[in-house]
Write a protein that binds this ligand. Structure first.
Ligand SMILES: NC(=O)c1ccc[n+]([C@@H]2O[C@H](COP(=O)([O-])OP(=O)(O)OC[C@H]3O[C@@H](n4cnc5c(N)ncnc54)[C@H](OP(=O)(O)O)[C@@H]3O)[C@@H](O)[C@H]2O)c1
Length: 163
């Protein structure tokens, strides 16, 4: 299928955890700023559980929500029931897939780029993803930040492109 450029954007702990009981088990303001910067003005595709976990609508971006439930709707969401339908609906040159774990796996084979925040902790969680497979993904950028005095963990912004 002819598709737009697809970027997966996620933050992942060292043990693979990306979420715990519907939340992200860390708070890194710089990561939220980077997320905003990279997604602004681009359609975002997400799973219904991730949409439900958002504290508020993210301004300046369309929320395309994947669900299997034919009845599901929300005034702030555009609803899709398949990858193809979500991409058709986005109808943009560059779309951002923002998770969670199920939706990340759904798009992994078609994505062109991964913007991963590696968070150097190992929290409990119930949503996990594998580290990008070196056979498929080439690291092209890494920007490391140390832990801070306020107890925030060390993290790195890492960019991968498909080999
Ligand atoms: N660290 C990060 O960067 C990050 C980013 C995003 C989310 N998260 C965390 O990840 C967790 C949520 O992830 P998750 O894996 O549980 O859920 P998710 O991927 O956000 O959403 C899963 C839902 O997507 C729908 N879906 C899945 N496959 C589908 C398909 N083939 N066709 C149509 N719809 C489909 C289903 O919705 P229905 O049940 O409605 O049918 C399913 O329940 C939360 O804890 C959240 O905080 C973390």
């Amino acid at each position: 299928m002819n598709h737009p450029e697809i970027t997966l954007i996620l933050a992942r702990a060292s043990n693979g955890v990306i979420g715990a009981r519907g939340k992200m088990p860390w708070h890194i303001p710089a990561d939220l700023r980077r997320f905003k910067q990279l997604t602004m003005g681009r359609p975002m595709i997400m799973g219904r559980r991730t949409f439900d976990s958002l504290p508020a609508v993210l301004e300046g971006r369309r929320h395309i929500v994947l669900t299997r439930d034919p009845e599901w709707q929300d005034e702030n969401a555009e609803v899709a029931h398949s990858v193809e339908q979500a991409l058709r609906l986005a109808n943009a040159p560059h779309v951002m897939v923002i998770g969670g774990a199920e939706i990340y796996r759904l798009f992994l084979d078609t994505a062109d780029r991964i913007e991963l925040t590696e968070v150097t902790i190992a929290p409990d969680g119930d949503a996990l993803i594998a580290y990008p497979d070196d056979a498929d993904w080439r690291e092209v950028g890494r920007d490391a930040h140390p832990a801070d005095d306020a107890g925030r963990p060390a993290y790195s912004f890492v960019t991968f492109v498909r080999r």
